[in-house]
Ligand binder design. Structure first.
Ligand code: UDP
Ligand code: MG
Length: 317
């Protein structure tokens, strides 16, 4: 496979988002140079995206870039988040294959070759799977849940959506719209657009230097973005199917309750004013009508913003 890569002269880009990782960068760049030279001789580039570091990270990056012009860098004026960094990195990257990895040495540069080989088997996105993971249980347990829900929502079974180590074909990377905390769901988004997505187990290491850059807020943000992803992967082109179903369900249950109470009242069994259930019935009908209207508004938005760029085109002649 290696010969094949060299023969085809594939150009490889490695995109690395980082925030305050001064202690890891030197070692990382050495390991990258070693591995990338092995895979692609000199047909490669590494792009560091400094996401607003306040330590010496950028000074070190400048030094690395000066020593070897295959290393390039982008520096944000402030911290915008990992998704923003990846998005900018994808735009700048010129590789036939674009690889992303974290800067903290938790992802192993020795895995690059396996990722590239897997892409060459014909996949558009190869996601790393931290099969044996070196993180605290407060992180691994919620992450299991997230991966399970995301798998269900996206319709593709992966063990680890949020591994920093991933390889993309140029097309797959460029077609991604990464914002918010979407970096957690990239395989789901690519899969939705019809790209061939798979995963391979990769080595994972404990963090050597510094601390994790995502606090407890990761769970709330991740959860909200999960809702977005479910909506984006399933209902973006047909909001009425979601809101309409929910709405009519509410209306029917509400109507059922109120009809039942009306019959009891007509039979003289009860006074509606004595039945709190009546309020639930009315509330459900009102909420249901609101859901349906929301769905219709959604449909209007979809019609008005239906641009061709939303469709992922594979080929044209
Ligand atoms: N990172 C970033 N911007 C941020 C937070 C993190 O570029 O706002 C980088 C960070 O420097 C690292 C990668 O994203 O290279 C993964 O972050 P971290 O290792 O803190 O995440 P964890 O491994 O704890 O999930
Ligand atoms: Mg890490």
């Amino acid at each position: 496979m290696k010969e094949e890569i060299q023969k085809d002269n594939l150009y490889i880009s490695v995109v690395i988002p980082l925030l305050n990782e001064e202690d890891s960068l030197e070692e990382l760049s050495k390991l990258l140079t070693f591995n990338l030279t092995k895979i692609a001789v000199d047909s490669w580039e590494v792009i560091f995206i400094d996401d607003g570091s306040t330590d010496k990270s950028y000074e070190i990056i400048k030094k690395i870039c000066k020593e070897n012009n295959k290393f390039k860098s982008i520096r944000f004026r402030r911290n915008y988040g990992k998704s923003a960094a990846l998005s900018v990195g994808f735009k700048r990257a010129e590789g036939d294959i674009i690889i992303t990895m974290d800067a903290d040495l938790q992802d192993d540069p020795n895995e690059l070759e396996n990722l590239v080989n897997k892409i060459n088997e014909g996949y558009d996105l190869v996601s790393g799977w931290k099969k044996k993971r070196y993180d605290p249980i407060s992180k691994t347990l919620p992450s299991k849940f997230f991966n399970w829900v995301t798998s269900k929502a996206a319709g593709i079974k992966l063990h680890d959506f949020n591994c920093g180590l991933k390889a993309y074909t140029n097309e797959a990377a460029k077609s991604l719209n990464v914002y918010g905390e979407m970096h957690r769901f990239l395989p789901a988004l690519s899969f939705r657009d019809g790209f061939k997505v798979t995963e391979i187990p990769v080595l994972h290491h404990p963090r050597k230097h510094g601390i994790s850059k995502f606090g407890a807020s990761r769970f709330l943000k991740g959860f909200l973005d999960l809702i977005t992803v479910i909506f984006l992967t399933r209902f973006i082109k047909r909001p009425l199917h979601l809101f309409g179903t929910l709405g009519f369900l509410c209306v029917f249950v509400g109507l059922g309750i109120d009809i039942y109470l009306t019959i009891e009242w007509m039979l003289g069994l009860t006074y509606i004013s004595e039945r709190p259930l009546a309020i639930l019935g009315i509330a459900l009908i009102i909420v249901g009508v609101q859901f349906v209207s929301m769905g219709l508004l959604g449909e209007m938005l979809v019609r008005n913003s239906a641009k061709d760029q939303n469709y992922s085109i594979k080929e044209q002649i």
